[in-house]
Design a protein around this ligand. Sequence first.
Ligand SMILES: Nc1nc2c(ncn2[C@@H]2O[C@H](COP(=O)(O)OP(=O)(O)OP(=O)(O)O)[C@@H](O)[C@H]2O)c(=O)[nH]1
Ligand SMILES: [Mg+2]
Length: 291
Amino acid sequence: MSRRGTIGFVGRPNTGKSSLLNRLVGEKLSIVSARPQTTRHLVTGILTRPGCQYVFIDAPGTPPKMKTVLHRALNRRVNEAAREADVVLFVVEAGRLGPEDRAALERIPRSQRVVAVVNKMDLVRRLDLIPFLDRLARLRDFQAIVPVSAKTGRNVEELLRVLAEALPEGPFAYPEGELTDRDERFFAAELLREKLFEALGQELPYRCEVLIESFKQEGRLRRIEATILVERESQRAIVLGERGERLKRMGTAARQDMERLFGGKVYLGTWVKVRRAWTDDRRALRELGYE
Ligand SMILES: Nc1nc2c(ncn2[C@@H]2O[C@H](COP(=O)(O)OP(=O)(O)OP(=O)(O)O)[C@@H](O)[C@H]2O)c(=O)[nH]1
Ligand SMILES: [Mg+2]
């Protein structure tokens, strides 16, 4: 009998959950940045091996406080990943275990199967890793504790082996070769949002969102029109940059990533619009796919 099931990622922001998902499925599906709270959606990545189908579900890092409507939506997603998956991956950073990590663990019901992943093992010495694993083991009765590096790929095969044992038996839910259940429109928005996280300073990425206004296939060309939402006129000016240079650079980088992922030519049109307090506006968030 084959095994298959969903694996939800839970952890404080910036532990490398999205990087790990990308490494596990061998494709860049979930956006990554050096800043916390990059991921805002549930991103599915599917890996099918002989006898086992893994359906990974990347989720936002646990938001610190419930502030806006957006934060509440992110919290619901964390809960979904923590409660509804067959197995939960609790992702921490090697050598770092603080209150935010413990709070993230508390979001996972006691009845869940949990595999603890110690990511970024490339950043610590082997000798320091062993006492850290002991500390972690005292937090809960984990199915296993696996140190890995999403960056180098170290020990990722071992993680897959452990997960295969933890998943329930059953028939595959997706055809072999299927990579995700998210559509190209979703990835187009995310890839552009990633460039905002890379290029903009301080608070600004958290005030931005990307809305795909239109997505058309014209022969082999994908014609995509995207709007970047910001909350204030001054933010719009920063996103545009002098003579629109910054927006142009971000658009080019996003388009190149889209062409790689979709395997074909892309035309990307980008606009910047002010939409006041969209992070607290239920209607705007519904349009953006949060509600
Ligand atoms: N050295 C090292 N850096 C890593 C590793 N995995 C991820 N990173 C870096 O850690 C940062 C955060 O990675 P993400 O994958 O965006 O983290 P995340 O947990 O998804 O973050 P949120 O979506 O904000 O919760 C990025 O700068 C990554 O390049 C790793 O194994 N080793
Ligand atoms: Mg992420």
